[in-house]
Design a protein. Structure first.
Length: 374
């Protein structure tokens, strides 16, 4: 952005405890269920959003993430469950009466209005006095480096500038909660990362809670305080980005959040896992797992290293390079294990890449193995 982002506090009632901290979550969804005919879009889903939190909703097509966002906004009605915003039940309220704002992927700016009038539109509808409108619009545009653009129409702006106008048009009303539906989806790759960090800085400056729907795993991991992964209308896992990436709870989460090699085997009497691919795993076995029980673990490509000589007897395996692709920050290798299973292995860019067909010895640390619930 052209100027430093300046803070303004979100308006609206707050629920304050005796110590001055929020007494509860900003948003609480409890048992939210939604059907479209015979299709169960949301299955008794529950989650909380903390005050000032940036939460990303992530999942594949049909996971329910967009339906959930529309229910929070009021564009869809839940069949069951409760929606509490700052302790208030907002389910009976129409969209315009809910203290939330929403930013769409298409920006939804009025093409015939200037930047100033686009940003001021909601304030005028709320009956805010003209002097206050002028002050709040000027402050909002200054926050995103668009001072001097007040008279331009949307067609005279770049994609990134239109996205900033859409954001501050929603934030100028100072809602406690902002909903974002694929906010960076219309930007080209060169703008997405930069604008994403600007979005995060804007969220920090305003103090508003953000709930963002995205299909981009890297975007969710980079921007959000927590990521909620949805699968078939249910919450598969929620937590900080690194926790979800390093310790996925299920096979779905492991494979959806980046590349993951899945190892399957059975627990031996000594607590090691005899891997079906031909390796022996030593790891911290989850409580409740006993000898002879089937177990699956995830192993990220970047947690695997090449070693000289024979692979270790535990947490190692021999492989042969099948294919190699350069990715700028390193190499992604596809290797074949003795049983024909293929793994992906990330190699640093400074390393001399092995040749196709070359024999490799692979190894990993015990903590690189993440046991899965399914």
């Amino acid at each position: 952005m052209a100027t430093a982002i300046r803070a303004f506090a979100p308006a609206g009632p707050s629920v304050i405890g005796a110590a001055g901290a929020p007494a509860g979550p900003l948003l609480r969804l409890a048992g939210v269920t939604k059907r479209f005919g015979a299709t169960l879009a949301l299955d008794a889903l529950s989650l909380d959003v903390a005050p000032g939190e940036f939460l990303a909703l992530l999942g594949g097509s049909g996971s329910g993430k967009s339906t959930l966002l529309r229910i929070i906004a009021g564009f869809e009605a839940a069949d069951a469950g409760r929606l509490l915003l700052q302790g208030r039940d907002i389910a009976p309220l129409p969209p315009h009466a809910r203290p939330v704002s929403m930013v769409f992927q298409s920006y939804a700016l009025f093409p015939h209005l200037s930047v100033f009038d686009n940003v001021a539109y909601g304030l005028r509808r709320d009956g805010v006095a003209k002097p206050e409108i002028a002050q709040r619009v000027a402050e909002a545009l200054a926050m995103v480096g668009l001072t001097g653009f007040e008279g331009r129409r949307p067609a005279q702006l770049s994609g990134g500038q239109r996205q900033r106008v859409a954001l501050v048009r929603s934030l100028v009303k100072r809602p406690p909660l902002l909903l974002l539906d694929e906010p960076l989806g219309a930007l080209d790759a060169s703008l997405r990362e930069r604008t994403g960090f600007e979005l995060r800085a804007l969220q920090r400056a305003t103090g508003a809670g953000f709930v963002m729907v995205t299909h981009d795993q890297a975007e969710a991991l980079a921007l959000a305080d927590r990521v909620a992964v949805l699968e078939r209308g249910r919450l598969a896992q929620i937590g900080p980005p690194r926790a979800l990436y390093d310790r996925p709870a299920t096979r779905y989460v492991a494979e959806f959040l980046g590349a993951a090699n899945i190892l399957e085997g059975r627990l031996g009497p000594d607590g090691a896992v005899d891997c079906a691919a031909g390796c022996r795993l030593r790891l911290a076995v989850p409580p409740g797992r006993g000898p002879g029980e089937a177990i699956s673990v995830a192993l990220r490509p970047e947690r695997i290293r090449l070693v000289a000589g024979a692979p270790p007897a535990e947490n190692g395996i021999a492989a042969r390079l099948k294919d190699l692709a350069y990715r700028g920050d390193g190499w992604m290798a596809v290797v074949a294990l003795p049983d024909g299973t293929e793994w992906r292995v990330a190699l640093p860019s400074e390393a001399a890449p092995p040749a196709p067909g070359e024999a490799l010895s692979l190894a990993w640390a015990p903590e690189a193995l993440a046991p899965l619930a399914d």
